[in-house]
Structures are given as structure tokens and as C-alpha cells.
Design a protein around this ligand. Structure first.
Ligand code: PEP
Length: 248
């Protein structure tokens, strides 16, 4: 069975003064039935993990290096994230793919390293506006899935997030039919490649999810939760979305 999960990606936002938001999320997590993950910047992972330690809120990282250690200035390994208290890591976010030229192959290598270290890899895929306009959405998402998800992926160590690039941080959201078409295609592709375990991999939607559009998105078949950016910075908004998912 696919697990319901809500993940909040803080991107390059958050200082010590933001830990109170994480504490409020941790308190709320106790009464929620969906899984809840907050992904702060690297600098807050360890302190966020302390705040969350006896709660149902998990902490994640926003990227990791494919190697365990070595001469890679500025990078962080999966093992280091785990050591700091993280249990999840977002990989292949469109901002990493565009700003840091990350390829499907690199994302797959990172995901394999993350899962080998004991982290759950949240692998992001999604088309640009030009690709959607050209009618290539399903082709692009299937190609990214095939090449970014490593052979070691299972329902226990991998989550997929469908994030249309044009919907991230823009307030523009695909129609429920458009989301449903992509999620069904992802479900079928993963089931075909990995069998029963592939069909149990949680499929998140991401792109301008807010408390007021969450119910219609979570009603779509094969949508098991969301990857949320802007609306995850305030506990009140993030918890409101989690309540919608828990009630679904
Ligand atoms: C994201 O950063 O992955 C994201 C979906 O952002 P937003 O919710 O702000 O569109």
C-alpha cells in the first residue's frame, strides 16, 4: 500500500529563529495520520532533528553527494545527513537540475548512495512549460523516471515527486486531469519496472500546493501526498495541508 506523505521543502530559507515553526509542526504531527517531513537548509538539520526527536515529524536534506566522503568542497554525503538526524533526502529537484546542471544519471547515482546509507530518496521529475506545450509531458516524465530512479529502489527507500517546473513557486497548478494523467503513467511505469514493490512507491504532487487547493489535488487517483515549497515555511499552512491529507 502506498504511504501518505507530506514533505515541506524550505529551500534556502530558515535561520535559528525558524525552529519554532518546526516545533509547532512536530506538535501537530502527533494528531495526524499522514507522514510528515520537513526539509530545512543543511545548517538547521541537526537542530531540527533535536526538536523533532520524540515526535512523528521527520527531517530531510535537500541534496547529497554520491560519494560517502572525500575531497568534495562544499558537498554533503548521505551518511552525513543521516548522522545529523535526517531520514529523507530530496534529489533531482528542478532547481538542482537547472541551476546545477544535474543529469538523470547523477540523480540516480545520488539516490543509490542515499538508499544505501539508509535514507529515503525523494526523487523529483517534471516537465517544463515548453515540453508540456509540445505535448511531451508523459514522454519526459517516463524518461526521467527510468533514468533517475536507481535499480535498488523499493517502496521502503524511494518516494517520487511529480513537479511540473512551470507550477513551482508560480501559483499555477495543473488541472486535476493533467495531474491524474501523469500520476497514472508514473504508477504504471514503476509497477512495470519493479513489480509489486514499484506499485507501492508513494507518488507526491508538487507545485503551488496550498491549504485551499489541497483537497482537490489529494482527491486525484495515485496522488499520495505533496511536496510543498512556499506553503511549508509557516507551520499553520503546512499543518492545514497535512490535515487535509490525513482526512483523505
Ligand atoms: C518545491 O519547491 O518543490 C515546490 C513545489 O514549491 P512551491 O510549493 O512553492 O510551488
Amino acid at each position: 500500500m502506498r504511504k501518505k506523505l507530506l514533505v515541506g521543502n524550505w529551500k534556502m530559507n530558515g535561520l535559528s529563529s525558524s525552529l519554532g515553526e518546526i516545533k509547532a509542526m512536530a506538535d501537530a504531527a502527533e494528531r495526524l495520520t499522514c507522514g510528515l517531513v520537513v526539509v530545512p537548509p543543511f545548517t538547521l538539520i541537526e537542530r531540527a532533528s533535536v526538536v523533532c526527536c520524540s515526535s512523528k515529524l521527520s527531517v530531510g536534506g535537500q541534496d547529497c553527494h554520491p560519494q560517502r566522503s572525500g575531497a568534495f568542497t562544499g558537498d554533503t554525503s548521505a551518511e552525513m545527513l543521516l548522522d545529523a538526524g535526517a531520514r529523507y533526502v530530496i534529489l533531482g529537484h528542478s532547481e538542482r537540475r537547472s541551476d546545477h546542471r544535474e543529469t538523470d544519471n547523477l540523480v540516480s547515482t545520488k539516490a543509490a548512495a542515499a538508499t544505501q546509507s539508509g535514507l529515503v530518496a525523494i526523487i523529483c521529475v517534471g516537465e517544463t512549460q515548453e515540453e508540456r506545450d509540445a505535448g511531451r509531458t508523459i514522454e519526459i516524465v517516463e524518461r526521467q523516471l527510468a533514468a533517475s530512479v536507481p535499480a535498488v529502489a523499493t517502496a521502503a527507500n524511494t518516494v517520487i515527486a511529480y513537479e511540473p517546473v512551470w507550477a513551482i513557486g508560480t501559483g499555477r497548478v495543473p488541472t486535476v486531469a493533467q495531474i491524474g494523467e501523469v500520476h497514472l503513467a508514473m504508477y504504471e511505469a514503476l509497477k512495470q519496472r519493479f513489480g509489486g514493490s514499484g506499485g507501492s512507491i508513494s507518488l507526491l504532487y508538487g507545485g503551488s500546493v496550498k491549504p485551499d487547493n489541497a483537497a482537490s489535488i489529494f482527491a486525484v487517483d495515485y496522488v499520495d501526498g505533496a511536496l510543498v515549497g512556499g506553503a511549508s515555511l509557516k507551520a499553520s499552512d503546512f499543518v492545514a495541508i497535512a490535515e487535509v491529507l490525513s482526512a483523505h
